[in-house]
Design a protein around this ligand. Structure first.
Ligand code: IPE
Ligand code: IPE
Ligand code: MG
Length: 251
């Protein structure tokens, strides 16, 4: 319990394959995936994770068959509305990340409402990535910075790593400590490319609709066994940890 990641990000993949395995429609897989979202949020909140970021719909997902896109958009709106009382009860704050303007009016209003209604919550911060891709986000940031420079609001030398981070959609959110991808693929699919520079990666074959609290716990245990070196040597890292724990004892 002493090494709970501050920020966990999840690429929720495998809904379609889960449905196909049972001879069902892909949309049944998405619907079942909502239960896994509910459980993951509850678990992260109970464990004291500070931020949970969920990849729910990518920029590239707009290229899926229109009927699947429509079903997904409807489902997202329906699910956020249904979950809202429970999110409030758990003190969960919603933060929307991505090109939300592209979401159809109905579900968009429900999403914006959930963000507004939970704005006072001080528990888990649930970042929902919708119509999101990392390259889109980086291009947007580049445009904002270029605009500021061209209007004389800042100079080129003012552009630092912190300034770039502050102009991404994830501004103010610490980088993920742990990135989980379900569904067996070992790729990033245009998710948080800048932010995961030093995240620990965890891939599991479990399909998203089957990903439960025990599976989440397994990922956390795996994370806790890892040594994060951030470019330093193992000796440096363990020496720093020792110094830290001595300081703790003295307090
Ligand atoms: C993830 O499941 C959900 C979204 C991308 C919206 P998929 O729909 O990608 O499921 P698979 O990968 O086809 O099994
Ligand atoms: C990634 O899943 C996006 C989300 C989980 C929302 P995809 O199923 O779209 O990823 P690819 O296309 O297989 O890489
Ligand atoms: Mg997929």
């Amino acid at each position: 319990m002493t090494r709970i990641p501050r920020h966990v990000a999840i690429i929720m993949d495998g809904n379609g394959r889960w449905a196909k395995q049972r001879g069902q429609d892909r949309s049944d897989g998405h619907a079942e995936g909502v239960t896994s979202v509910h459980n993951a949020v509850e678990f992260a909140s109970d464990m004291g994770v500070g931020y949970l970021t969920l990849y729910a719909f990518s920029t590239e997902n707009w290229n899926r068959p229109q009927s699947e896109v429509d079903t997904l958009m409807h489902l997202i709106g329906w699910a956020i509305e249904r979950e809202l009382p429970d999110l409030l009860a758990h003190n969960v704050r919603i933060r929307l990340i991505g090109d939300i303007d592209r979401i159809p009016e109905g579900p968009r209003q429900k999403l914006l409402n959930s963000q507004q209604t939970t704005a006072h919550c001080t528990g888990l911060i649930l970042c929902m990535c919708l119509s999101y891709s990392s390259r889109w986000e980086i291009v947007e940031a580049a445009r904002k910075l270029a605009d500021a420079v061209s209007r004389g609001k800042m100079s080129i030398s003012d552009i630092t790593e912190d300034v770039v981070a502050d102009n991404l959609d994830t501004a103010g959110i610490p980088d993920p400590d742990l990135l989980i991808r379900t569904g067996g693929e070992q790729r990033i699919s245009n998710f948080l490319l800048w932010q995961i520079a030093y995240s620990e990666l965890y891939f599991t074959d479990i399909l998203w609709p089957e990903f439960g609290k025990a599976d989440f716990a397994k990922a956390l245990l795996d994370y806790q066994r890892r040594e994060r070196r951030f470019g330093k040597t193992s000796e440096q890292v363990s020496h720093e940890a020792e110094t830290d724990s001595n300081t703790d004892t003295m307090r």
